[in-house]
Design a protein around this ligand. Structure first.
Ligand code: SF4
Length: 603
């Protein structure tokens, strides 16, 4: 930390990464005005930071504050108005700015008005004394009738540890505000990135933009509702929407041969120029005018305390973003399906990762970050200190096997050589070989649904709970709670999904994992482009874009079994291709049922 270096480390769950990194970083900044910013992917990880800060706070002065985006939990105004609950953070931020000023017809936000200096002092004393987690702090604010979101902003200058979602440090507009609220510059911040294996894909998504057929319908209706404003002499908002529909349809005709396909980077810009008979500057002006119409729609909504959402504004934003990207950093796609889209997908997350290099120092850590040099390369980290710490837990507590007569490879699982029937038999027999709480992880929802249609859950003779496609978080949590409430039940989930990557199952909550197939990414134009990009830039396209993510997902799923020194568990991978995948320490077995029985009899 003092030397301003970047650290990249892998160490398994339960090994104390959070406390060690936090304690080390705090020691490094002690006696200075610097701050530790702990970035997490989920809110539950922020809670963990608070727990560790509380323990460290017993020995040294720690003021740890959790920042979260505006949402029903942090903005009481949203809680009281259900119409606001599906707003994006940008929309809510615009509305909030209006309500704080209180100069418009929508009036003032009382939760903001109530935050006086006495309240700030009371909060600081509360944090010093109790080291609350984000929920406890929200309850404290609720009891005093103050807005947690705005109160946190006022408290940040007093904090020496701030936990926040990734967006606060990697989305430039948010980061600038965030640093301002804390009262520090980049060079005064030590950043710790938790679950850093997620960061490259998070950054890619944050730099990707998409325009769907449905979003064009919404823009069209919005233009209708607002009198279809003219942008220039004879071109209206609806004309632009129709133009986009035509361009998308023609791109489909010309380029689409599978679910989605690549189109030339300048396709959209050139088509707009040709069809509108304009120069590139003319198109740019037209899009700016569209954005202005969108902004005025947002303003009028704000004045009525409504979400300042404009689909015309989003369309203008999409066109501008598309035209600003190049073929090095992005691939340009058109898709088919029910809701076709044009998409500029980010291949190179390096630019978005720049804050990792411009801060004072950074620690990127995860239980599954290997190969560390790939991560450092993608994030543009120069000469990092890299270290993989082997698991300190007894080796005999975890056994991983695989079988070599099945696979979920498309051509095999759909052949008539009995592969699919053998897979089903394995799942039923392996689950039946023990009475322990078991998770069956599938490589995709599609494969899981096929097993469900074929009544595999019924054949297990046990309670089965599900992580289903598109399930709201609250429903998933209900399924998990029921699964945990009944020891020995079975959970069907997806490798790489919310269960396998984000939930903890300590002790006997989960002891057996059956991993059906290898979760290779679905072949697609996007995937091809990613392989090509990694090949050109790092010389190992298939490895970086295909093998490593699949192995990481399986390691994450297996990692659910062992969360502490006393945990034990067994995983069986049902796919012969494991033999050729580096990075998984699995033994071949011809009788996984006997292995499961032996393991649990001996434990
Ligand atoms: Fe919501 Fe707070 Fe903004 Fe009021 S000040 S709108 S409660 S975030």
């Amino acid at each position: 930390v003092r030397g301003g270096r970047c650290v990249v480390l892998e160490s398994g769950t339960g090994t104390g990464k959070t406390s060690v990194s936090l304690a080390g970083a705090l020691e490094g900044i002690s006696g200075t005005a610097r701050k530790v910013v702990f970035l997490t992917r989920t809110k539950s990880q922020q809670k963990q930071v608070a727990v560790e800060a509380r323990a460290i706070g017993a020995r040294t002065d720690v003021i740890c504050i959790a920042v979260q985006g505006r949402g029903p939990a942090t903005c009481p105004m949203m809680l009281s108005d259900r119409d606001l609950s599906d707003g994006t953070s940008e929309e809510l931020s615009k509305l909030c700015a209006e309500l704080k000023k209180g100069t418009g017809p929508a009036g003032k936000c009382s939760y903001f008005e109530n935050i006086g200096s006495t309240e700030v002092e009371a909060c600081i004393s509360f944090i010093r004394a109790r080291h609350p987690d984000p929920e406890e702090f929200r309850d404290f604010c609720a009891a005093r009738g103050i807005c947690p979101y705005e109160t946190v902003k006022k408290l940040l200058p007093y904090a020496n540890v701030v936990s926040a979602p990734y967006a606060f440090f990697f989305i430039p507009a948010i980061k600038n505000h965030f640093l301002q609220w804390m009262g520090v510059s980049d060079r005064e911040v030590v950043v710790i990135v938790d679950e850093a294996h997620n960061l490259p894909s998070y950054l890619r998504d944050s730099m990707t933009c998409r325009c769907t057929a449905r979003s064009l319908d919404l823009a069209d209706s919005e233009a209708d509702r607002n009198g279809n404003p003219l942008l220039v002499q004879d071109i209206s908002c609806k004309d632009i929407v129709q133009l986009m529909r035509d361009i998308m349809a023609d791109a489909q005709k010309e380029y689409l041969r599978r679910e989605s396909d690549m189109i030339p980077p300048d396709y959209l810009g050139e088509e707009m120029m040709v069809r509108l008979g304009m120069t590139s500057a003319g198109v740019r002006d037209l899009v700016m005018r569209l954005a202005e119409v969108g902004i005025s729609i947002e303003e009028s909504k704000k004045a009525k305390r409504k979400l300042p959402r404009s689909h015309l504004s989003s369309l203008a934003g999409f066109i501008c973003a598309w035209m600003s990207f190049d073929s090095y950093s992005h691939v340009f796609l058109v898709s088919g399906g029910d809701n076709p889209y044009l998409e500029a997908y980010c291949l190179d997350p390096g630019e978005a990762a720049e804050p990792l290099s411009t801060c004072l120092s950074s620690v990127s850590m995860s239980g599954t970050l290997s190969p560390l040099k790939d991560y450092a390369g993608e994030m543009g980290l120069e000469d990092p200190v890299s270290e993989v710490f082997p698991s300190p837990f007894p080796k005999e507590n975890l056994e991983v096997f695989y079988v070599n007569d099945v696979s979920t490879k498309f051509s095999e699982i759909n052949s008539d050589d009995g592969t699919y029937d053998r897979l089903k038999r394995y799942v039923v027999d392996i689950v039946g070989a023990s009475d322990r709480s078991t998770a069956v992880f599938f490589p995709s929802y599609g494969v899981m649904e096929r097993f469900v249609e074929d009544k595999v859950p019924d054949a297990l003779g046990r309670e089965v709970y599900f992580e289903r496609r598109g399930m709201p978080q609250s429903e998933l949590m209900e399924q998990i709670s029921d699964f945990l409430g009944k020891e020995g039940s079975v959970l069907f989930a997806v490798t790489g999904g919310r269960v396998s990557e984000g939930l903890d199952f300590p002790g006997r909550q989960l002891e057996l994992a059956v991993i059906v197939g290898i979760p290779f990414a679905h072949p697609s134009a996007k995937q091809d482009a990613l392989i090509g990009y990694c090949q050109n830039r790092f010389g190992n396209g298939w490895d970086m874009a295909v093998r490593v993510p699949a192995v990481r997902k399986m390691r994450q799923a297996i990692g659910r079994l062992i969360r502490s020194e006393g945990d034990r568990g067994m995983a069986v991978i049902l796919d012969r291709r494991v033999a050729s995948l580096d990075g998984l320490d699995a033994k071949l077995t011809s009788d996984p049922v006997a292995e499961v029985r032996r393991f649990f009899q001996s434990h």
